[in-house]
Design a protein around this ligand. Structure first.
Ligand SMILES: O=C(O)C1=C[C@@H](OP(=O)(O)O)[C@@H](O)[C@H](O)C1
Ligand SMILES: C=C(OP(=O)(O)O)C(=O)O
Length: 438
């Protein structure tokens, strides 16, 4: 958790003068876009992504696949409406160089893809990417037949020496530090000679909905997958080798990025509508309907989308966020403004996200006068009267949006490097101003 000295730009977080009443069109899901790109690149025929998220993480994914020979044309869709990317798969090529930035999806999902390239693929990224766990993917790929050079830490930077194919087979992985280890191995597995059987061995497994998202999206492109939910053994997933279909897929809005806007309704006692909220989804952000209702709001899925209304009161919550860890910063922000304490549990692995999110939230909320303590696996938040001040973001998009939520209720909050929201939501300041009617 190091502050960014180079980024001195401060964004005065708007203070809400009244209840918000807005419709917010939230851009596409990072997690769905990056899975769709990988699956389309591995398919045996061209495919379309409609309404993809255009953000740092997804552009890094597209550029990385292009570096390995995949053509991705950015344009409008087959019916002439809306942004759509056409993906033209081909034999994967090396040598290539991949910049992962600080995108967990890129650094974990692509080394398995690179084993299928016909030459070396070098992976590098932001300084923080060197600290994020990758050992589960590296060790598993070596076990499945890959040759990988790293510096022995089980992390970036590294080179995957693609041999044009990977044997595959059965592998055990401790994915307690990131569900993305499991997703990474499953996504490329239809192209491994023997497919894969992944057995998770760790004591805990975070972000299960994201693994379900991987399984659902694999099945949607024709892969055969056995999973614990479909009657298989707990913590075991099997993917059969086979060709993948090119699909025409419309990307759902990013429900985790809807969070700050729903939080705005909660904090100001207002109303926010998010169009195109899916009736059924594996996105973890869907849990917000339940969590933010318990914290004082109410919601309804209508023809217009999700209508979320704040009551004017915010209640504390005691909740296990292990399945939906990426929602923690936004929930912590709301909890800091609540009328009773909160306990957020099950999220020890957040210490290895974009930054150490538990330390960052504790420090930044406390510097505004809050009373937050870290626990072994989460946060205790005792609401206090907060004051304005500088809110550091540590190159973490969700720290920036969490600070903006606090700023709605507390005058004089200034957010350092709001541009870091570009990781998944480049238009955040404009969307925020639009919601506030500015
Ligand atoms: O697979 C995915 O798209 C993601 C999985 C989760 O990662 P972890 O399991 O590492 O928390 C989540 O936090 C991240 O934002 C996106
Ligand atoms: C943890 C996150 O991202 P990543 O995909 O980089 O792991 C996140 O978006 O909250």
């Amino acid at each position: 958790m190091t502050a960014n000295p180079a980024s001195t730009a401060l964004w005065p977080a708007p203070h809400a003068s009244g209840a918000v009443d807005a419709t917010v069109h939230v851009p596409g899901s990072k997690s769905v876009t990056n899975r769709a790109l990988v699956l389309a690149a591995l398919a045996s025929e061209p495919g379309w992504l409609r309404r993809p998220l255009r953000s740092r993480d997804t552009l890094l994914m597209a550029d990385a696949l292009r570096a390995m020979g995949i053509e991705i044309e950015e344009g409008v869709g087959p019916d002439g409406t809306g942004e759509a990317w056409r993906v033209l798969p081909t034999g994967l090529r090396g040598p290539a160089t991949v910049d992962v930035g600080n995108a967990g999806t890129v650094m974990r999902f692509l080394p398995p893809v690179a084993t299928l390239a016909d030459g070396p693929v070098r992976f590098d990224g932001d300084p923080r990417s060197y600290e994020r766990p990758l050992n589960g993917v590296i060790d598993a790929l070596r076990h499945l037949g890959a040759r990988i050079d790293d510096d022995g830490r089980g992390a970036l930077p590294l080179t995957v020496h693609g041999g044009g194919a990977l044997e595959g087979g059965t592998v055990s992985v401790d994915a307690s530090s990131s569900s993305q280890f499991v997703s990474a191995l499953l996504l490329s597995a239809p192209r491994f000679n023997q497919g894969v059987e992944v057995r998770h061995t760790g004591a805990t497994l975070p972000s299960l909905p994201h693994i379900r998202m991987t399984v659902d999206m694999l099945r949607a492109v024709g892969a055969q997958v056995d999973s614990p939910e479909s009657g298989g053994e707990p913590n075991v997933w099997r993917v059969t080798p086979g060709a993948l279909l090119g699909r025409d897929l419309t990307i759902e809005p990013d429900l985790s990025n809807a969070q700050p806007f729903l939080a705005a309704a909660l904090v100001t006692g207002g109303r926010v509508v998010v169009p195109d909220w899916p009736a059924r989804t594996t996105q973890p952000g869907d849990r917000l309907r339940e969590i933010f209702t318990e914290m004082g709001g109410s919601c309804e899925l209508t023809e217009q989308g999700l209508v979320f209304t704040g009551s004017g009161s915010i209640h504390g919550i005691d909740v296990d966020l292990g399945e939906v860890g990426e929602l923690t910063p936004g929930i912590a922000a709301v909890a800091a403004l609540a009328d009773s304490p909160s306990t957020l549990r099950g999220v020890a692995h957040l210490r290895l996200h974009e930054t150490d999110r538990l330390a960052a939230l504790t420090k930044e909320i406390n510097e505004l006068g809050g009373d937050v303590t870290e626990t072994a696996d989460g946060l205790h938040i005792r609401p206090r009267r907060l004051h304005g001040g500088l809110f550091h973001t540590y190159e973490d998009h969700r720290m920036a949006t969490a600070g903006a939520v606090i700023g709605l209720g507390v005058e004089g909050v200034r957010i350092e490097n709001v541009a870091t929201t570009a990781k998944t939501l480049p238009d955040f300041p404009e969307l925020w101003a639009g919601m506030l009617g500015a």
